[in-house]
Design a protein around this ligand. Structure first.
Ligand code: NAI
Ligand code: A1CAB
Length: 274
């Protein structure tokens, strides 16, 4: 467990958007942090009010204020990192050295360590199923991180789902697969439902069937440890319906398209880091 107590500022958040909310809501629900030990910095007044009312956390529009926390979750868009760091002017606040936990796509540990000089840094790539406590997160450690700080970061992301620790060289690949993956899977669900509607199923039923098919298949693969190809073979009867569908997917380049999607996201993550 990380910190649960009252008065100290245990967790600061820079950027109170979608991912920050997904993560922090789980941390509070699971009592990893008490709401009154969290301070969220967010420029939009409506979002600040929402955070305060919905979660009871402290809010501010001053990023510097959250740097007093033991741990700072960095959850702004990568494109504005430079301006945020310039405004923080950390050179004149060298007494501040929180653990920086960045979820920014593409931004390397080297850039983060230079931007937050003197602060230990951990880079993480989570994904949006964090919203329902079912994230897949990969953690890469900076050069000057203590075992206690590794535990803090692990506790944070274990509260929102599964965690693996990887060398930083793999984080762009993680982004291509599990970071961006929920969008690919959502497209698959939408396409399955559209196919159902095309052959006459009512939309609501088609959507339910599509989601449960995905969930059930994922659960089966996870619990059995079965290779996906073996499962595909088990569903496909000789001369039956499934192999006709699989043949249509192959004709449409389905597997190549999914592989290309992972590679394109990986490459974009690398570009963002330059
Ligand atoms: N959305 C996703 O599925 C994932 C996103 N990420 C990363 O998480 C980060 C945040 O992404 P989202 O939550 O989707 O974006 P978002 O746009 O929902 O959240 C960013 C928040 O930062 C706030 N903000 C803008 N300027 C600011 C400033 N100067 N200081 C403090 N806060 C400021 C915005 O008002 C907004 O609420 C990105 O770096 C992204 O690469 C990582 C994994 C998955
Ligand atoms: O699209 C993006 O850049 C972010 C990072 C991974 C998922 N969403």
């Amino acid at each position: 467990m990380a910190k649960e107590s009252g008065n100290n500022l245990a967790l600061g958040v820079i950027g109170g958007g979608v991912m920050a909310e997904a993560i922090v809501s789980c941390l509070i629900a699971q009592k990893v942090y008490a709401a009154d030990s969290i301070l969220v910095s967010e420029p939009q007044e409506k979002r600040r009010e929402f955070w305060q009312q919905q979660y009871g956390v402290g809010v501010t529009d001053e990023n510097l204020a959250v740097m007093n926390a033991e741990t700072v979750l960095l959850a702004i868009k990568p494109q504005i990192l430079e301006s945020v760091v310039t405004a923080l002017d950390l050179a004149t606040h060298q007494e501040l050295s929180p653990l920086i936990v960045s979820i920014l796509a593409g931004v390397t540990l080297e850039s983060l360590e230079s931007a937050f000089a003197g602060c230990p840094v951990i880079r993480v790539m989570p994904n949006t199923p964090a919203t329902v406590g079912a994230a897949m997160s990969a953690i890469a450690l900076g050069t000057d991180v203590s075992s206690q700080q590794i535990q803090i970061a692990t506790d944070i992301f274990a509260a929102v789902g599964e965690v693996v620790t990887v060398p930083e060289s793999l984080i762009d690949g993680v982004t291509g697969l599990s970071g961006s993956g929920p969008a690919y899977v959502a497209l698959m669900v939408e396409a399955l439902a559209d196919g159902g509607v095309a052959v006459g199923l009512p939309r609501a039923i088609a959507q339910k069937l599509a989601i449960q098919t995905l969930l059930g298949t994922a659960k089966l693969l996870q619990e059995s440890g079965m290779h996906p190809a073996v499962l595909k073979d088990r569903v496909s009867s000789p001369g039956g319906t499934t192999i006709a569908g699989v043949a249509a997917l192959e004709k449409g380049g389905f597997r190549a398209a999914v592989m290309e999607a992972v590679k394109a996201s990986y490459q974009r993550s690398q570009e963002l880091g330059k």
